[in-house]
Design a protein around this ligand. Sequence first.
Ligand SMILES: C[S@@+](CC[C@H](N)C(=O)[O-])C[C@H]1O[C@@H](n2cnc3c(N)ncnc32)[C@H](O)[C@@H]1O
Length: 302
Amino acid sequence: MATMALDPVTANEAAQAYDAVGETYLRYADGDLRALFEFSSRYSFADREIWRRIDAKLVAIRSSGRTSIRILDAGCGPGTWLKRCALRARALGFLEIDGLGFDISPAMIDLAAKELAQANDPAVNLEVIVADIAEASLPKGHIDIVLCLYGVLNHLPVAQHQAVAARLAGAGDTLFVTVRTVGSLPSIFVAGIEQARNFRQDNVEDRLEIDLLDGRHLEFPSHLFTADEFAALFAAHGHIEERAGLDLFHGRFAPDHRWNPKDMADTAFHAGLERLEHLCASDPCFIDRAAHVLLQVGRRAE
Ligand SMILES: C[S@@+](CC[C@H](N)C(=O)[O-])C[C@H]1O[C@@H](n2cnc3c(N)ncnc32)[C@H](O)[C@@H]1O
């Protein structure tokens, strides 16, 4: 893939926070990397829902007869989603797979480079670089799938949202983008909430301050989105093909192994939760209380 202009990255509090936690973030966010398609993290329901849509898009592109594909992951973190896409594209028979990930955190990019090296082969070319989504000139040329998943946009100042949304929506044919919502359960983004001795989300200043159990203090921008605000941002620049709340019930009803008996996690209960999730995913009464909102954005008709 034509590489991106390497704009200088200025010191950034979000970058410092993700740098500080490094591999802890990877374990927290992605679970067992040896089983990439089993989605074993605490966000497994949302992960599977996101993956179902990305996978359908990969299959559709391949079914159209294409053998090459280009994927961009903006705020790629440790590269897990790019790796999933590349492995699946390879299994689908794509012969030329170009993937580019970028992230503002050098520690995340180091982790991603290590992970993605395992997926590269003559048909797969994956690159990751340090860049700021607010300043990066996105690659020129045709991109099929653009990802911007989980907390990336939550960490941007509101003043940057319009410009970044325009750039993301214009970068490729299909964008999958998610953010954490205004009514979600608390998160400290960089690690499990149980790693925080204390935290304070300021929804006026859009900042999150965290005291970790190990004594370290982190703080960075944290803007929580309403589903309408998020959709309006992208509707101005692309065609919203789908808007869905992810994880309305799993996070709230999942048994806590420190408290609930083991047999509370039975299959029938999980099937029930899944039914409820799909029933309420777009319901205006619930969507702002999902853990995340997902948009699938296509190009706007000229
Ligand atoms: C919650 S993580 C999600 C990582 C990845 N998208 C995933 O789903 O695994 C949020 C990521 O956004 C990155 N980030 C925050 N601000 C950014 C910016 N201005 N430009 C690029 N990346 C940014 C962080 O460094 C972090 O890796």
